[in-house]
Write a protein that binds this ligand. Structure first.
Ligand code: FAD
Length: 474
């Protein structure tokens, strides 16, 4: 009898335990269901960049799984209907950990089981289940280092191969992928993204191989340099499950075993993969993470509201070139380097004193790797309100981060081309450059590039003053 395999954030055929188990039972009906926020209960709906990625990832999956069916509507209703229509006796899926997904999936599992359907979920998108890593007293971890230390004691099994053969159950009432209307049309702001990204399992595999061959060596230091190609850019692939963390883990272990000089960079890379695991650990144990300050004392912080400043930040017009470069990289590619995410995030919450939720929402809409766990945990980390967060008084300096992490100015020149002719010495703070230097580089402040929207020193002091309210509250 048929097993329905419900695909969600596991858009691959290899190392897919739900699909693997289903094919062992017999014929399979693979299905992807696009839900509206009302139908899924998700208060953090897919952003535009994520929808673009999802479309292409689903297209790639359809090539690997020709029997894949697309549907629109509520999974809670559609899956029992599919069971009825096809006479399926089992429904398998791989687990998601977002609070709305847990609620929806638990209710569905219960109702299927009541109807004597074999409903099973599997671990596929994490290395360690959030409940498997426990402190000595049996609770969740609040600090990353001991979490990672404990997690390393749990062995990671080898990834599963792709099923050798799949028999599909025919179903002809599904939608076409284009009916899901995931791509932007008017305007098509994602034009050219196909040249930057290759969503889907094949693209993820190529990315991983390229990174292990050329990016991993030196990763420990160079991962902080947005001007260098030493990060993996696997984050959107991991989010949508084009590749599993187990596949990344195993390939990295093999690469470092083959070449011992890579061992410390390999370990560092896996420790970053573990930050993703930690974010999921936090989200699972603190499902309010996307909405509420993890440290409630931060409720007392005197946030500002300014649509105008928010817009300048979003569009990369703050007058601080390193911040603006990051925000423009994000808009043009759906990605921003981690070092610059930290800086641009810190600038929003500390220099502008705008709530981290504004940043979380903008990133969720514009990042191809937007991920509820990583995004909310990281924003709270930047704001100082999160678990194991950066201490509040650590305020990233938007000028000095430039020469430190983009020493030749390559990154800033690429994304802020109107400053390209400035000498590197003045590139990160054009407002401090002599008039003759600006004129020679064709820069007219206030016309071709903005003056800074806040004064660094004063903004820093105002942020620290605001923090006094948090200290009094907590
Ligand atoms: P690599 O350096 O190659 O790392 C490999 C993988 O490890 C990444 O793909 C990612 O899955 C994981 N990873 C690396 N750094 C982190 C980190 N600090 N926290 C959690 N996981 C990490 N990451 C997302 O995947 N989705 C988000 O929505 C997201 N929002 C962020 C918001 C802010 C304000 C900040 C500061 C960081 C955010 N991150 C987010 C974390 C991090 O910036 C990205 O995971 C990383 O830049 C992805 O690039 P990469 O794949 O080249 O990373």
């Amino acid at each position: 009898m048929t097993t329905i395999v419900w695909f969600r954030q596991d858009l691959r055929v290899s190392d897919n335990p739900a699909l693997h188990e289903a094919t062992r039972r017999g014929p399979v009906l693979p299905v992807y269901i696009l839900e509206t926020p009302d139908q899924s209960g998700d208060e953090h709906p897919l952003g535009g960049a994520s929808r673009w990625w999802l479309h292409h990832s689903l297209a790639a999956l359809k090539e690997d799984l020709p029997g894949l069916v697309f549907l629109r509507g509520s999974a809670r209703h559609l899956i029992p209907e599919l069971v009825q229509e096809t006479g399926a006796d089992a429904v398998y899926w791989n687990r998601c950990y977002e609070p709305h997904a847990i609620e929806r999936d638990s209710a569905l599992k219960e109702s299927l089981k009541t109807d004597l359907i074999d409903a099973k979920s599997f671990k596929a998108s994490l290395l360690f289940e959030p409940w498997d890593v426990e402190t000595k007293t049996g609770g969740p971890y609040k600090v990353y280092s001991p979490f990672w230390k404990a997690a390393q004691k749990i062995s990671v099994p080898d990834p599963l191969p792709a099923p050798a053969e799949i028999n599909f159950t025919a179903y002809d009432r599904g939608d076409n992928l284009s009916d899901l209307e995931l791509l932007p049309t008017k305007p098509n702001w994602a034009e050219g993204w196909e040249d930057i990204w290759q969503p889907g399992a094949a693209g993820a595999k190529d990315r991983l191989i390229e990174f292990l061959d050329h990016g991993l060596s030196g990763y420990g230091d160079k991962r902080n340099r947005p001007d260098l190609p030493n990060v993996s850019r696997l984050s959107p692939h991991l989010h949508f499950g084009d590749i599993s963390p187990k596949q990344v883990w195993s390939a990295t272990q093999h690469a470092t075993a083959r070449k011992s000089s890579l061992s410390s960079d390999g370990h560092k890379f896996l420790s970053e993969i573990a930050w993703r695991e930690f974010s999921y650990h936090l989200l699972y144990h603190y499902p309010q993470l996307p909405e509420k300050n993890w440290r409630p004392a931060f409720d007392a912080y005197p946030w500002r509201e300014s649509e105008e400043d928010l817009k300048k930040w979003q569009t990369g017009l703050t007058g601080y070139p390193m911040v603006d470069a990051g925000m423009r990289e994000l808009w043009h590619t759906g990605y921003m380097h981690n070092r610059v995410r930290m800086l641009a995030g810190s600038f929003l919450v500390k220099h502008l004193r705008l709530h981290w939720k504004h940043g979380e929402a903008w990133f969720r809409d514009t990042l191809v790797d937007a991920d509820l766990a990583n995004n909310s945990a990281s924003w709270q980390w930047v704001a100082g309100s999160g678990a194991d967060a950066a201490p509040y008084f650590r305020i990233f300096n938007p000028i000095s981060q430039g020469p430190k992490f983009d020493p030749d100015g390559k990154y800033v020149r690429r994304w802020v081309p109107e400053l390209a002719k400035l000498p590197t010495k003045h590139l990160f703070s054009p407002f401090e450059a002599p008039a003759s230097v600006l004129s020679e580089a064709g820069v007219r402040l206030g016309e071709t590039y903005p003056y800074p929207i806040v004064d660094h020193g004063k903004a820093r002091q105002a942020a620290l003053d605001g923090y006094e309210d948090v200290k009094s509250a907590g």
